[in-house]
Design a protein around this ligand. Sequence first.
Ligand code: SAH
Length: 503
Amino acid sequence: MFLTISTTGTPERPATDLGHLLHKHPEKAQTFSTSHGTAHVFYPEASVERCTAALLLEVDPVALVRRGKGKGRGGAPDSALAQYVNDRPYAASSLLSVAMSTVFKSALRGVCAALPERADAPLPLRIVVPALPARGGAELVHKLFGPLGWTSVEARPVALDEQFPEWGDSRYVQLALEGELRLCDALRQLYVLLPVLDDAKHYWVATDEVDKLLRAGEGWLADHPEHKLITSRYLSRRWGLTRQAMDRLELVRLAEADDLDVEDVDNAVDETTDTEERPVPLAEQRRGAILEALRAAGASRVLDLGCGQGQLVQALLKDIRFTEIVGVDVSVRALTIAGRRLKLDRLGERQAARVTLLQGSLTYTDKRLTGYDAAVLSEVIEHLDLPRLPALEFAVFGSARPQTVLVTTPNVEYNVRWETLPAGHVRHGDHRFEWTRGEFSAWAAAVAERNGYEVRFVPVGPDDPEVGPPTQMAVFEKADKTETGKTGKTEKTGKSEKEAKAA
Ligand code: SAH
């Protein structure tokens, strides 16, 4: 069972970075034992220009049978011998998915401490799986991988026997995917779609599989035209689980399609019970609070950092005082949807001149982001792993340094007020953390202190006397702004001016 991942590079961005992203050194061949065999990772080529990582899984078919699993595969004749003579050792299946999740665990999560910005950015990829069992054939392979951002999806049917072409094709295809994707997205797609195409799992599918599916499906599954087939096959057609997964995907979709966050779906459910009117969704309240703060700050040139699908950019465009609006996001997909929402191709010349969408990572300093009046980070910081926050802090407060920075994030204390949110759960699958008011204000105060800003806090949404508001917003103002319009003040000066004012 075999899978290769290749990328290309340049001296500035060497292809061998793949080793960092996969957490496997290109100069070593490594072996891991998995539940059903041995996985090997090695690099058939590793140069600055081209690098290929190979995952080879040797399955022990006898062990597979002894474990009492691996049987009942659709299509295999039900004889005693079929247990031993079957395709499991070479066909890419759930066994390979499980091996991937063991061997490339961090890469699947998109975590790479050494090169975080590389892990966050799309890279040129070519992925080959030489023997992929495809129930539904090449046609289904295209339907499944086609909508996922690959520039080329090739599924070449493998002949039953090359010596006897008249026997026709087997149900295996050779899969080759090419395109620019984040490595973690590519791996997550394979992790889900290999067993879906095989239409079998070598283990009993329990309830935790729904979580696994939603985690691995983050960002691509909800909108996939075949999400129903994928969900049902992934969950081995267990109807109850499939129903559960479909409901949760529906929430994700609502959140994406209708300007709502997942939290707002909960919000709406929560509040319609005691009021007749449709409550204002939290996302809308948040945008209202942000617009108000931007107007109060007198900002006209605004960055929306982590703009997602462009709802705030759209709201900013409606107010002519915002003369220049730049939306930045790491997700090409989000930006594509934002572009569609804003109808960029149909905007008049003057409107179009006001708005720009940029792809970029906020954990990376970026000259394009300097010289603006204000930056908004709306519901973005909680999508970053905590150890990456200092990099974001430096990029925004140290390098871009706008006069005003607005940061919103969920207040985790409020979560108990959402009836539909199970205890201890965060509001969105991709939230790496959610902070209490104390944690957020401690972080914000330290950021302000380190970078020469002053900070105050504004509640967004109903401010509960016990647990506070659902969203917390920090408003940072550059400390030296109020004194003079001049530039070149050091952070120290800013601080002593503040002290002087206080005196
Ligand atoms: N600001 C929007 C979207 C919030 S969702 C709103 O308030 O509705 C978080 C967004 O941050 C996602 O679109 C995600 O792609 C983006 N994001 C996460 N990490 C990022 C990074 N390192 N650089 C740029 N954008 C990032």
